[in-house]
Design a protein around this ligand. Structure first.
Ligand code: MGD
Ligand code: MGD
Ligand code: SF4
Ligand code: MO
Length: 752
């Protein structure tokens, strides 16, 4: 008998870091009927933002690619998968034969962090390339936090998370979770959690050049001159020392290096010196330092607005230094370390000390910028493509990335990509970047794939595990995303187009298990490889699900294939479709430390050294200089969700926000066109006069500019907006991490 009942599926939303649980009802005809928040989700409890329900529209979007495209005479046409693979093999092997593997390059975009296939299998593809020219969205984003945490605590993943559910005082800089829903602080319903701080008598203070929704809903908004947070933070530490407010927990003090160096290094940053530059009054700086020190528990947290600036790493470091100095590191209500169910660099190996964090293992060919996280900063990608010589990039692979819109000096990158001999993109749209690709390989829609936030639950405010099965079946032709990555890897290894991804997957899993059983710190040390592989492969399990099961079973709460009867596994998560709550964050020092010293490095020399540069910035301050900052909107998601009509209708707009005084000075009113000019580019854009931006600041959101020729996103094209990264400067970088400067960009603004 045919069913007439809708069925209900549960699935974690992959659109942002909050990872809300969704309840999805599906008709007997396998149509999505409705998507709403899953009330029973152990983490999100029914919370959802306006983007969550649009997985339906995304799935149904006629512009979303379902079949591979190949560029023929400048036009993208649909082809069979077989034909596409032939083109990929011809293109990639041709470049390797002509120029060697150094001529290959890859760019991985943000959705890779939200997708299980790439999380588990992109490393196989990248290794198969045999090139150092790897780039990603990390260097227009969070890499300063990896570098700061890395040198302080020992691994790139040693990033403390503000314990917002228990804190009494949150100082937040350069983040707007009412729009972004949080970042490197996985917390569904971040706004609700902020309100709860205030409801229990705590305080939330927001430092931002814009009076954001988050600032409005907080106890105090501190307007700061863009790019000057490092001065403000150093001055806070200055006050902590001069007023004897430093109070490191004894447990932490016995493991702390560098306290004296820190005291010395912040001497130049008296509040009176930084106040005129930051725009924050001396009394305010002193008061905030006292409040932080006096609160029963407090956490300082900073994100995009303090990471994508010239002092991105120094800011990230100073923030955690304050967390240490006020007795809040690794303490409930302070800044804590998650214990993720799939493990991380902070849970693996022997605890307490380690190799430590390394970077600069190689330098980019043209500008000589340092390697970080096995990549080069994306700001140098264009010059690596355009500058002749050995190892000049001649073929690119992009996976879920739109660097033509998302990375600095985008006109230059756009021209560089047009000049490649070959490009292949794994993407769901024909957009500003993929229009340059000779071949575009589509991925299944979010509803057609399984999900687990391996990367993001490492930075969650609770220890959570949650697996989702695919909601809908894929088209017979459409491979899983991991299969496509493995096939690309096989082609890159010279194995041709006929390789069965399942066969390679067996090899990958066998290698993984074989390595684990030889490691004394592994929960499966000494076990039989075949026994484990048999257990993993039960019921024909393969690909992402099998690999994930291995990580779960060998993780901190894992069943270890029977060794821990109460432990978790994929089967356990399948029996818990609303997720598993493994508890609040617990103190983890010293076990989580992986520094060579086995101690917390409060004052890594290169960070201390950067305070000299920070001090010099005081002298070059020019209050009359207009500075460009960005902004995020709740209904937008970087560059790629503007083809969803329900999200872009209404007020969502790409405008230049100007303070009334600045608008008056240049004679502009709301609706007028202004010309904004930076060192590298110029845009014309309509003005929105608002006192929500501080004087001297112009705010333009990123992710727009959808009117380029050769794309296929018809809804986005109708409300194209302007690409703000035409203005951002590829030469402006945080020297400690290579992160791009996307905020506090010097510009001129004039009426058109
Ligand atoms: N000026 C300025 N620039 C910025 C920022 C800023 O604040 N200001 N923010 C920066 C930040 S934080 C980030 S993370 C970057 C983002 O930079 P990118 O990651 O380069 O850009 P996105 O807009 O996220 O593009 C994502 C791409 O992935 C594709 N995609 C979506 N889902 C899938 C999928 O499931 N599979 C595959 N294969 N492809 C998929 C989309 O079609 C799109 O092409 O932008 C940065 N750029
Ligand atoms: N709706 C939506 N959600 C998103 C995204 C999206 O595009 N849209 N993108 C996702 C991604 S990839 C990321 S990385 C996260 C980012 O998440 P957040 O870090 O919360 O990002 P934003 O909302 O851009 O907030 C950054 C804030 O920094 C401020 N700012 C700019 N310059 C400075 C400065 O010099 N000092 C200070 N103190 N503040 C400054 C800006 O005005 C802005 O309010 O959001 C994620 N979530
Ligand atoms: S907040 Fe993020 S995870 Fe939650 S529904 Fe919105 S986009 Fe999805
Ligand atoms: Mo990001």
């Amino acid at each position: 008998m045919e069913t007439t009942q809708n069925r209900t599926a549960f699935r974690t939303c992959p659109l942002c870091e909050a990872g809300c649980g969704l309840e999805i009802s599906v008709s007997p005809q396998e149509q999505i009927v409705r998507i709403r928040g899953d009330q029973q989700d152990v983490f999100s409890h029914g919370y959802i933002c306006p983007k969550g329900s649009t997985l339906k529209q995304l799935h149904e979007d006629p512009d979303r690619l379902r079949r591979p495209l190949v560029k023929r005479n400048g036009v993208h046409v649909e082809v069979s998968w077989e034909e596409a693979w032939q083109e990929v093999e011809r293109g990639l092997t041709g470049v390797i034969e002509r120029h060697g593997r150094g001529a290959l390059g890859a760019y991985l975009g943000n959705p890779n962090a939200h997708n299980l296939g790439p999380q588990l299998y992109s490393s196989m593809m990248l290794k198969s390339m045999g090139t150092r020219n790897i780039f990603s969205a990390s260097t227009v984003d969070q890499v300063p936090k990896h570098v700061a945490g890395g040198f302080m605590f020992g691994t790139a993943q040693s990033i403390p998370v503000p314990d917002i559910d228990h804190t009494d005082y949150l100082l937040m800089l350069g983040a707007n979770p009412y729009a972004s829903n949080g970042s490197l602080c996985t917390a569904p319903d971040y706004p609700g959690r902020l309100q709860a701080i205030r409801a229990r008598g705590g305080k939330v203070v927001v430092v931002d050049p814009r009076r954001t929704k988050t600032a409005q809903e907080s106890d105090e908004w501190i307007a700061i001159r863009p790019g000057t947070d490092g001065l403000f933070l150093a001055a806070l530490i200055h006050v902590l020392f001069t007023e004897n407010l430093v109070s490191v927990e004894p447990r932490i003090m016995s493991l702390l290096n560098g306290l004296d160096e820190m005291r010395e290094a912040v001497r130049p940053f008296a509040p009176a010196r930084v106040a005129p530059v930051t725009g924050i009054a001396v009394e305010t700086i002193e008061r905030i330092a006292r409040e932080l020190a006096g609160a029963p528990t407090a956490a300082v947290y900073g994100r995009i607005g303090v990471n994508t600036v010239e002092f991105g790493t120094t800011n990230a470091w100073l923030i955690d230094a304050i967390n240490v100095l006020t007795g809040n590191i690794d303490a409930r209500g302070g800044a804590m370390f998650t214990t993720p169910a799939t493990g991380s660099a902070t849970t693996r190996g022997t605890g307490g000390s380690g190799k430590g964090f390394q970077m600069g293992r190689g330098h980019s060919r043209v500008s000589g910028v340092a390697e970080v996280l096995g990549e080069y900063p994306v700001a140098v990608m264009a010059e690596e493509i355009s500058t002749p010589g050995e190892n000049q990039i001649r073929a690119m692979i992009t996976v879920a990335g739109n660097p033509v819109v998302s990375t600095p000096h985008s006109a230059q990158l756009d021209a560089a990509l047009a000049d490649l001999e070959f490009m292949v993109s794994l993407d769901i749209y024909l957009n500003e970047t993929t229009r340059h690709a000779d071949v575009i390989l589509p991925a299944p829609s979010a509803l057609e794939k399984d999900h687990y936030d391996i990367g993001l639950l490492i930075y969650a405010v609770r220890n959570i595990a949650n697996y989702s099965e695919p909601v809908l079946a894929r088209d017979a032709e459409m491979p899983e995303e991991w299969e496509t990555l493995v096939r690309l890897g096989a082609i890159l290894q010279g194995l041709g187009t006929d390789v069965d991804p399942s066969v390679m997957d067996e090899q990958i899993v066998t290698a993984m298990v074989t390595s684990a059983v030889t490691q004394s710190s592994s929960p499966v040390f000494g076990r039989d490889v075949d026994e484990i592989i048999t257990a993993l492969s039960r019921g024909g399990r393969r690909g992402t699900a099998r690999m994930l099961d291995f990580l779960l079973q060998t993780g901190p709460y894992g069943a270890a294939f029977g060794a821990q009867p109460d432990g978790i596994s994929l089967d356990y998560l399948l029996a818990h479709p609303h997720g598993v709550d493994l508890g609040a964050l617990e103190p983890r020092i010293p076990e989580m430390l992986r520094t060579p010293s086995g101690r917390i490095e409060l004052s890594p020399p290169q960070f201390i050294g950067d305070l000299v540069r920070l001090e010099k910035s005081i002298a070059t301050h020019d209050a009359s200089q207009m500075l460009l900052v960005g902004r995020r909107e709740l209904k937008s998601n970087n560059s790629w969700m503007h083809n969803i009509a329900v999200l872009t209708k209404g007020s969502l707009a790409c405008t230049a926000q100007l303070h009334p005084d600045d608008a008056q000075r240049i004679g502009a009113a709301t609706g007028d066109e202004v010309r904004i000019t930076s060192r590298v580019g110029q845009i014309e854009i309509s003005v929105e006069v608002t006192d929500s931006v501080t004087q001297g600041v112009v705010s333009v959101p990123h992710g727009w500019g959808h009117d380029m020729a050769g794309t296929r996103m018809e809804v986005a094209r109708r409300k194209a907006g302007v690409n703000s990264n035409i203005l951002s400067d590829d030469k402006a970088m945080d020297p400690l991490s290579g992160n791009s400067v996307l905020s506090a960009i010097p510009v001129t603004v004039e009426l058109v």
